[in-house]
Design a protein around this ligand. Structure first.
Ligand code: GAR
Length: 221
């Protein structure tokens, strides 16, 4: 028996290259996902064009139109409930969601972050990696809980930092790897292989004690 396609909403604020990677994977048949809505807090986010060209409905919900975070979050929640989104993917959504929101959708929200969490939460990750002299960095996907870029980490991909890297070269090399990570990780959700369990990640019914690592051959270890 085939399962119904997982319904997801993707929240963006900017370029939307990860959204585009998901759309491409759906078009090529690599991902059995139904993106029911793309929500942006910025009306001019370039990523909205990817949604429109894939005929995915878009909602722009700007914080400028609300008196406080709670009412902004509540407007987003209403759209997600109306669309019956099962998975909420923060793909470059650069605004903190409040505790009420993260509690309401606990276990359903995932966030992409361009570092090997718990290292380098927040902004400017590439610069901080270079300043620290790290020889390796990567991207992470984690369940969203109340804190910034915190919550149990589901999966990661690693890349080396090269001696002549700058922030631009690092971000240019990590980008395509992060795209692979989001497609592969969302794929696990589509197959209902990942669950959130009391602040831990369960994969294939077992709580994992470290994030799944995506290897070059497209498999997780
Ligand atoms: C991605 O690299 C994502 O990891 C990062 O924003 C970028 C969005 O790119 N998110 C964060 O830093 C969240 N703390 P995109 O708009 O091209 O998908």
């Amino acid at each position: 028996m085939t399962q119904d396609k997982l319904k997801a909403a993707v929240l963006i604020s900017g370029t939307g290259s990860n959204l585009k990677a998901l759309i491409n994977a759906i078009s090529s048949g690599d991902l059995e996902l139904d993106i029911v809505k793309v929500i942006s807090n910025r009306g001019h986010a370039p990523g909205l064009a990817h949604a429109k060209s894939a005929a995915i409905p878009v909602s722009v919900i700007s914080q400028a139109d609300f008196p406080d975070r709670q009412s902004h979050d509540a407007a987003i929640a209403e759209v997600l409930l109306q669309d019956q989104a099962e998975l909420i993917i923060l793909a470059g959504y650069m605004r903190i969601l409040g505790e009420e929101f993260t509690h309401k959708f606990r276990g359903q929200i995932i966030n992409l972050h361009p570092s090997l969490l718990p290292l380098y939460k927040g902004l400017d990750t590439y610069r901080r990696v270079l300043e620290a002299g790290d020889v390796e960095t990567g991207a992470s996907i984690h369940f969203v809980t109340a804190g910034l870029d915190s919550g149990p980490v589901i999966s990661q991909i690693r890349i080396p930092v090269l001696p002549d890297d700058d922030t631009a070269s690092l971000s240019a090399r990590l980008g395509p790897q992060e795209h692979k990570l989001v497609v592969a990780t969302v794929g696990l959700f589509c197959k209902r292989q990942i669950q959130y369990e009391q602040d831990e990640v369960s994969y294939l019914g077992q709580v994992i004690d470290r994030p799944l690592l995506l290897k070059d051959d497209g498999r997780f270890v």
